[in-house]
Design a protein around this ligand. Sequence first.
Ligand SMILES: *[C@@H]1O[C@H](CO)[C@@H](O)[C@H](O)[C@H]1NC(C)=O
Length: 226
Amino acid sequence: MEYAKPLLLLFLSSSLLLLSPTRAADPDPLQDFCVADTADNPAVSVNGFPCKPASAVTVDDFVFDGLAKEGNTSASIFGASITPANVLSFPALNTLGVSMNRVDIAPGGVNPPHIHPRATELLLLLRGRLLVGFVSTENKLFAKVLKPGENFVAPKGLVHFQYNVGEEKAFAITAFDSQFPGVVVAAPSLFAATPAIPDEVLTKALQVDQKVVDMIKSNFGKNNNY
Ligand SMILES: *[C@@H]1O[C@H](CO)[C@@H](O)[C@H](O)[C@H]1NC(C)=O
């Protein structure tokens, strides 16, 4: 068979490509540090943020105490509070490819199904009991109740959630391989986008009638603190 050989070569070379190590984090820095200058400067557009002059950088740029304080879980309809240590709140992370969140969840509260488009999430539960889970691209749910000290990893780009099944507040730290993982929360992205996704798209996609879409939209209209 004349065409068998090229096909075999194509197969082998594409297998090698798949086996070669892939980069899963933000790009490597090209200098020791590049503490972000987060001042608005519409004249400059870069992938990340420009650096503060090195002469203006001090040790305090590399210290962040924003995660020391418990989040206010009553301020959100979900009973959860997410406090980020990302490049926006902690500019020293610029170009370093890492960040963290503090996650506080009241009993019965949920960090609702969401995606981080740019990072894998590694969670460490420090206090309480959390049901954590993610859904694969084959729609298989991987979920478990964690005890303090246990880790859970949600692979990059997959829908995941945390739900407090315990009787006390849960406290977890999540780490990301991106300085700015981004977040797409499933329900508000569908029902509270601006401008709104047309109702006919939602009714058809979710196979429900208009009343159901209106009801869900009205829930998300009441409180914008997700
Ligand atoms: C927490 O949020 C609620 C609702 O927004 C507010 O009433 C309360 O004062 C806040 N608590 C603290 C300690 O900030």
